[in-house]
Design a protein around this ligand. Structure first.
Ligand code: BES
Ligand code: MN
Ligand code: ZN
Length: 497
């Protein structure tokens, strides 16, 4: 699908489908008014008659209006004008795109850019429309023998309702396209089953990414390399699996060579059975998504390279499979991490932090300006924040603030949890420097406490995306969301020179 921004007066465009917004109090958006006038008040009458409620995201297709002057209009409900939050706007746009898909429209001009979304700018609308359009047509049907009908929609023109905003809107469109590409890639990787998406597969994907974009370099460490580095925590997790672990290191150089990079570290557990602390069967479904942190690092890298952002970023992905068995690590085993710190394993199901901690120590060699870990780390974050907010923990307040801000700006929000000293108590071990779990209370925070011990030498923030990276519950509604790629790309846009 091709998307562009262009100023096109609706009354002069009669051949293509025009997507226009109307509010539930029967008010019309600017372009709808112009069309209404040309049609002798037809739209006003239609709404008066109660033919269309105009609830947010509802659509009504109209054909051959005013003696064929308008061949095809898609009325899109916007709900109440003063209640349009960014999320409601996405719902409106999703409805519109689904309407276009079901009417098999090939080319449409979208006037939803005119809808007022709180205090957001026209450029914000353009970016949201772009991202949401790709969201609405995303499918993962690689493994279906019978695919759904191909999508007829090939071109979407977003109306530029204010010429003076042209440059900002073009930039927003570009960002939207890059984020959409990163999100779709992250979803594809997440949705891939773990019999295909192994650590080796993730390493190959990273290599393919580096091949496609000259600005990205990749280096994959094998188990023997990790052994030499003393990555006992990461290797401990991988020990029970027949799939070899990989440490995937990516470097994107878009800025000055001397500028310190931002490091993104993504949990790449390609399947999490829980290991010997095995998960109940029902909780195991969804665990192919336990590499969504890694997938978001790859997706963010892709978006960065598409945007050619002037910034340096490194990606580090500890990729492992967590399996039970005779060779697998066990509760009460003591692992020595690359940092030298020892860890008593209380649960082999708290594997993500073990894989991450060695990657965090490894990242020190890049002398990063800041480090962001991204992981489907705890079930507790799903209980606490549900599916809407990513959990955020940090040892550096300005970093936390910029991520929260980036989340708001990109409609991919996070919520900060405290990382107070008092919680550190919970991960004490009588035999090692720390335990890998902290009991039933504050599970997301104690996981953060664990990671914080490996972040002493840099500014660090952690994103727990267990509730936001994928819908894992409900056997028929599982799907990756591509989060937190929009937030990460926004953060990097904000920090590029
Ligand atoms: N991958 C899970 C976290 C998870 C749970 C993600 C549900 C998505 C949905 C993680 O490895 C895990 O098992 N965490 C344990 C930690 C506990 C043993 C301290 C958990 O949350 O139960
Ligand atoms: Mn686990
Ligand atoms: Zn896990």
């Amino acid at each position: 699908m091709k998307i562009s921004v262009e100023a096109i007066q609706p009354e002069k465009q009669t051949k293509h489908c025009l997507v226009i917004g109307v509010y539930s109090n029967q008010a019309l958006t600017g372009s709808a008014k112009a069309i209404d006038k040309q049609c002798g008040g037809y739209l006003t009458k239609l709404l008066k008659n109660g033919a269309f409620d105009a609830k947010a995201g509802e659509t009504l297709p109209l054909y051959h209006l005013a003696n064929g002057e308008f061949e095809h209009l898609l009325l899109v409900g916007c709900g109440e004008a003063d209640k349009i939050t960014p999320m409601v706007f996405r719902k409106i746009v999703t409805g519109a795109i689904k309407g276009l898909v079901s009417s098999k429209t090939a080319k449409a001009i979208c006037y939803l850019s005119e809808v007022t979304v709180g205090k957001e700018t026209l450029a914000f609308n353009v970016r949201q429309i772009t991202e949401t359009a790709f969201e609405a047509i995303y499918r993962f049907e690689q493994f279906k023998s019978k695919k759904s009908d191909s999508i007829a929609l090939k071109e979407l023109i977003i109306h530029l309702s204010d010429e003076s905003e042209k440059a900002a809107c073009k930039k927003a469109l570009n960002e939207g396209l890059a984020i959409a590409a990163g999100v779709a890639y992250t979803k594809d990787l997440g949705n891939m089953p773990s019999n295909i998406c192994t650590p080796t597969y993730l390493a190959k994907e990273a290599e393919a990414l580096a091949k496609a974009y000259p600005s990205i370099k990749v280096n994959v460490l094998e188990e023997k390399d990790m052994q030499k580095l003393g990555m006992g925590a990461l290797l401990g997790v991988s020990q029970g699996s027949d799939e070899p672990a990989k440490l995937i290191c990516l470097e994107y150089q878009g800025g000055n060579k001397k500028t310190a990079p931002i490091a993104l570290i993504g949990k790449g557990v390609t399947f999490d059975t829980g290991g010997n602390s095995i998960k109940p069967a029902d909780s195991m479904v969804g665990m192919k998504y336990d590499m969504c942190g890694a997938a978001s690092v790859l997706g963010t890298m892709k978006a960065l390279a598409e945007l050619k952002l002037a910034i340096n970023v490194v990606g580090v992905i500890p990729a492992v499979e967590n399996m039970p068995g005779g060779k697998a690590y066990k509760p009460e085993d003591i692992l020595t991490s690359m940092s030298g710190k020892t860890i008593e394993v209380i649960s082999t199901d708290a594997e993500g932090r073990l894989a991450l901690c060695d990657a965090m120590t490894y990242a020190e060699r890049y002398k990063p300006a800041s480090v962001i870990t991204i992981a489907t780390l705890t079930g507790a974050v799903v209980i606490g924040l549900g599916f809407h907010a990513t959990g955020l923990l940090s040892n550096h307040e300005p970093l936390a603030k910029s991520l929260l801000k980036a989340g708001l700006a990109s409609n991919d929000r996070a919520w900060q949890l405290p990382l107070w000293e008092e919680y550190q108590e919970q991960i004490k071990s009588p035999f090692a420097d720390m335990a890998n779990t902290g009991g039933r209370t504050a599970g997301t925070i104690t996981a953060g406490c664990f990671l914080s011990r490996f972040a002493e030498n840099y500014h660090w923030a952690h994103l727990d995306v267990a509730g936001t990276a994928a819908m894992m519950m409900g056997t028929n509604e599982r799907k990756a969301t591509g989060r937190p790629v929009p937030m990460l790309v926004q953060y990097l846009i904000d920090h590029a020179t």
